[in-house]
Each structure stands twice: as C-alpha cells, then as structure tokens.
Design a protein around this ligand. Structure first.
Ligand SMILES: [Mn+2]
Length: 498
C-alpha cells in the first residue's frame, strides 16, 4: 500500500517536492492538497472524494501538475512522515548486505532483501510493535526462530525489559493467514494501542502463503492500521507488472516468485539470509538445512541444498533427516501452542538432538511402517503411459488428530510408490479436500488444477493452493464426485500431452 502525505494548511507550492505523493480532495475540476495548493485535472473524478496524487511538475510560484494514483493508500502527516523517513535512512540500514553465497536467483532478490531488512529494522527503531505470524511446521519454525534471534537483541536495546511488549511470535496452525488469527492479532495490537499508546503494528507473515487466500485477512488488518510484510515462497498467483494481488495491499512482499524464481528458496532459507542483514550476525545455523529438508529443496536445486548442508558441520545427512522428522512430529503433535523453546533446543543442542533421536525416531519409524502397510492395502493405483496415479483415502487411513496426519499419509503413500523410472501423482482424499503430491509429471501444477476445477464446477466452491507439485484444494463435500472426476480428467490429459 502506498503512503500519501497530507499537506498542512498554510503550506504553499514551495513546500512540495516533485514526485512525492500527497492526498488531495477533488472539487469542481481541481484537486485540492490544502486550502491554497491545487491542481486542475481533466480526469473524471468523483466530487468530494480523496485521491492519492504524485507531483509530476512544479512551476513556481504557484502551478503544479499531478498524476492521480489509483492504488489504495494510507495518509500520514507530512512532517511526521519526514521524521520517520530521516530515522529510517540513518539507522535502519542493513548491518550486512551480502548473502552467504552467490546464486543467480537469490542475487535477483537482493534489493528486496535490503527493503525488507530496512523495514524490519526501522520498525524496531520507531518502536513499532512487531507480530511475527508463521506457519507451525519445520520450515515456518526454522524461519521464525532465525528472525527472532536477530530481532531480540535489537528489541532489548530499544525497549529493555519491555521487549516482549513490543514483540510477539504466533505460530499459525493453517498454511494461510486464517481470518480468526488475523482478528486475534489485530485485537491484541489495538488493545495495546489503547492501553500503552503503542503504534500500529508491523505484522510479518512468514511461510503462510502469498495468494488470494490471504487477501481478506490482510485487507482487514491493514484497514485497522497494520503494516504487513509478507515473506514466503508459495506461488502468489497471477502477476500484473510483476506484482501480485497481495503486493497491492501489503507494505512489502518478499517472494522469489516475484523475481522469476520458484519455491527453491524455502522460507527458512529466506529468513536465515534476511536475519543476517538485520543483525549483522554471520553465525552458521542448521535451521536453513532443516527447513530445506522439510520443504524438499533438493528436488529443486542441489546447489542450494548442498550450500546449506555445508553449514551443519559434524552432522550427517541421515542425522539431519531424522531431526527434521522429529521436528515435524513435534509440530504436528501440538499445532496451536507455541513450542519454540523445544524446537530451538532441537536446533541448537546436540545432547537434546541425540536424546530425541534415541527416543522419538524409533516411534516415528514404527508408525510410518505400520501406516505404509495400511497404504499398500488400501491405496488405489492407476497406471498411465507416462506416469502412475495413486489415490489414497487419507481420512479413513489415519486416526483423527494423531500422527501421521492425512497430509503425512499422502506423503508416505507418495514416497512408497515413487520410482526412478516413472512420474507419479498422489491424491490424498478427505471429505471436501484433496491433497496433491507429484514428481516428474511435466505440466502438473496444483494451482492450475484448482483454478480449472473452480472454473468448471463453480458450485464446488473449490479453492486452495501451495506449490506446483504439492498443495491442497478444499471444496464442498457434496461436489466430491464431480470434483474427483474433473481432477482425474485433468491429470489424464497430461498423459495424452506427454
Ligand atoms: Mn514452506
């Protein structure tokens, strides 16, 4: 969202700066910035309505030309805004501006990292409360804990013992910004605003999606005054001039898809790199490789995967994989409640890692073996020319609320039937939901399938998202038959193309 300054009464054209954005009221053919300064316009505007305008030309002593900007905007007092910008420019610069390695797709995001780091640092420096909302899975926790470690020393410097009054980290059970979560976040922020004269918050959304599923929550939060920073590696949907729908209302959106990349830089990697920019702390951590294992970065880019694996000195890949599974198990077991202290321990403490691997890993292995037997018995398997299709009733093949979850059941089924020779699509079926997994099927894209289903069966109310090869779709359970038929016909058509 753009910011428009309000020009104070008494100020003249001389006080304006070319290309700055101001708020102006349209009256009888003119845009009025205050009682004195105005610009004539021929655009068909609504009488009495406020518009954001960019000063395109100033001709002293008294004439200006403006362009009307159609984007949503917020209004700030011009002097307060100038102070804010001055603080920003001086102290909020990143402490470090080099990535841990050079990668063409990461390098393209460099400016975006500078912007995001500056935004977060300036929030701390201007005593803006920060709410970090992150997905409660491996990638989300890895991402959030890296950022938290960078933030806490800065917050302590700014607020002393009151740091936690200006910062909260809230895990999100859902892979999107649930409207109830957004409401809770804003209610808390507004209560603090009332009680402690806090500023409007900066909400950082990490690993909880970038698509239209978050539009309503983000719009509501911005309407109540929040600044929103999105840091994510999911498909943000269609781009117009390089911007997604969420870009238009969020303060800033850091997402590899906006720079021609894809999901290979998972949020744990993005926030590990960004945290270094914020704190200047160049210490290595196993957080990014744990996130990379969980979010299957090795499927996209072995260079990226190997780079972060090299940070985990003294750890074998097998040990890291077991640790990832344990963190996955822990986050699935709890979901709502924050378990960052335990997860932080699992990232940092070798004794705890070894202890958990001894106790929990055999239990996880046992469960996976048991459920693999269930899957072998009940999975429906179809062979196509170029790939296979597995359909598993993930609802009936799992115990409600227990590990492995239906999502995990789908993943286990997928891993069980995946071969090197042939592509594979796996559908995990639940009432009113399909979970998708795919490997080596050219043209397969979850987001594409969802939009086709939504378009051709409108009464299914199908929606969802995720990555091209892994995601989920929800729909009205009554439409199940039509939906599954449509999904299968889309998948079959991929075989004919291949
Ligand atoms: Mn992720």
């Amino acid at each position: 969202m753009i910011t428009a300054k309000r020009l104070k009464e008494g100020k003249t054209v001389q006080h304006l700066r070319a290309s700055d954005i101001y708020v102006a009221v349209y009256k009888e053919g003119s845009l009025h910035l205050n009682g004195i300064v105005r610009a004539t316009t021929r655009e068909p505007l609504r009488e009495g309505k406020s518009y954001a305008v960019r000063i395109s030309k100033i001709t002293l002593p008294s004439t200006i030309a403006v362009d009307v900007i159609q984007d949503a905007f917020r209004i700030t007092d011009d002097e307060a805004h100038d102070d804010y910008v001055a603080v920003l420019q001086k102290n909020a610069q990143p402490s470090l501006t080099k990535f841990t390695f050079s990668h063409p797709q990461l390098d393209l995001m460099h400016n975006a990292f500078i912007t995001a780091a500056t935004l977060i640092k300036s929030a701390v420096l201007t005593k803006t409360p920060i709410i970090l909302r992150h997905h409660a899975d491996c990638d989300g926790y890895a991402a959030a804990l890296s950022l938290e470690n960078a933030l806490l020393p800065l917050l302590a410097k700014e607020h002393g013992d009151y740091a936690y009054r200006h910062y909260s980290r809230n895990p999100s059970r859902t892979p999107y910004y649930d409207y109830a979560d957004a409401t809770r976040d804003m209610e808390m922020a507004l209560t603090n605003k009332d009680r402690y004269k806090h500023k409007d918050p900066l909400i950082i959304l990490a690993d909880i999606g970038s698509g239209e599923e978050n539009l309503l929550s983000v719009s509501m939060a911005t309407k109540l005054g929040a600044h929103i920073l999105i840091i994510d590696h999911h498909d943000p949907g269609p781009l117009i001039d390089g911007k997604s729908a969420l870009c238009k209302i969020a303060t800033f959106h850091l997402n590899p898809f906006l720079h021609g990349s894809d999901s290979r830089f998972c949020t744990g990697i993005l926030l590990y790199e960004l945290s270094r920019f914020i704190s200047g702390d160049d210490r290595k951590s196993i957080a990014p490789i744990i996130a990379a294992i969980a979010d299957k970065v090795d499927k996209y880019d072995m260079d990226v995967f190997n780079h972060y694996q090299s940070f985990a000195e003294g750890y074998s890949l097998e040990f890291l994989q077991k640790l990832t599974r344990i963190i996955d198990y822990e986050t699935q077991a709890i979901k709502f409640f924050d378990i960052s202290t335990i997860i932080e321990g699992l990232f940092m403490r070798r004794d705890l890692q070894e202890g958990f691997i001894n106790i929990i890993s055999p239990e996880i292995e046992k469960k996976i073996q048991e459920f693999t037997r269930v899957i072998r018995k009940y999975a429906e398997r179809h062979a196509y020319k170029n790939f296979d299709l597995t359909i598993i009733d993930a609802d009936k093949c799992s115990f409600r609320g227990e590990y492995p979850s239906p999502g995990k059941i789908t993943a286990i089924a997928h891993d069980e039937f995946l071969t090197k020779e042939k592509g594979l699509v796996t559908l995990g079926m639940l009432p009113g939901m399909i979970i998708f997994r795919c490997d080596n099927v050219p043209g397969f894209d979850v987001n594409n399938i969802i939009s086709k289903v939504a378009h051709s069966i409108p009464f299914s109310l199908a929606e969802g998202g995720g990555h091209a090869a892994a995601g989920s779709m929800t729909f009205i359970a009554a439409a199940s038959e039509e939906v599954i038929r449509k999904v299968r016909s889309i998948i079959t058509s991929l075989d004919e193309q291949g």
